[in-house]
Design a protein around this ligand. Sequence first.
Ligand SMILES: [Zn+2]
Length: 212
Amino acid sequence: MTTQDERQNKLIRPSHYITMDDIIREGNPTLRGVAERVALPLSNVDILLGEKMIQFLRNSQDPVMAEKLELRAGVGLAAPQLDISKRIIALLVPSEPKFDEEGNEIPSKEDYALNTVMYNARIISHSVEEAAIATGEGCLSVDREVPGYVVRHARVTIEYYDKNSEKKKIRLKGFHSMVPQHEIDHTDGIMFYDHIDPENPWKMREGMQIID
Ligand SMILES: [Zn+2]
């Protein structure tokens, strides 16, 4: 058994909650490596790791659990951030709240716009148009602010395998396309600030869409 297998077995123990202590930070070479594809059909340990990653994101967005476990809020996590060099990403993006004419929140049927674990995810096509989040991006593996537009594709089509080892295809735009692009980058050893113009971080590129 490799040390990576041992680490993964520790992370998936039923009593274990992933915390910030399990997340490696910039400078660790695993974050700059190209992660391995996972074997299909998925092994139990890879399915369980995906579940733990979603559980982490859910806890990180829950004020009580986040305080108890001292978590930074996140909407995405990639296995390399846990020092597991595998192409596994978890996405948990809350739905936008909707309001009626009186300003009361309308309860939505879906709590999450994205709630999924993607195995061997890859971008199979993308728009020419670029996009960036207005406020820039952050990362659970980066303990500092790195300001600037993180220039990405405005629209992407992603092919991946779900937790049932079934091949899926999804088209995403706007913020919903930014999160998986950030996480897929982690499986290719790319950090968000690699996409920031070092000379002029807030340079407005022609035709770039700014996501509020
Ligand atoms: Zn990140």
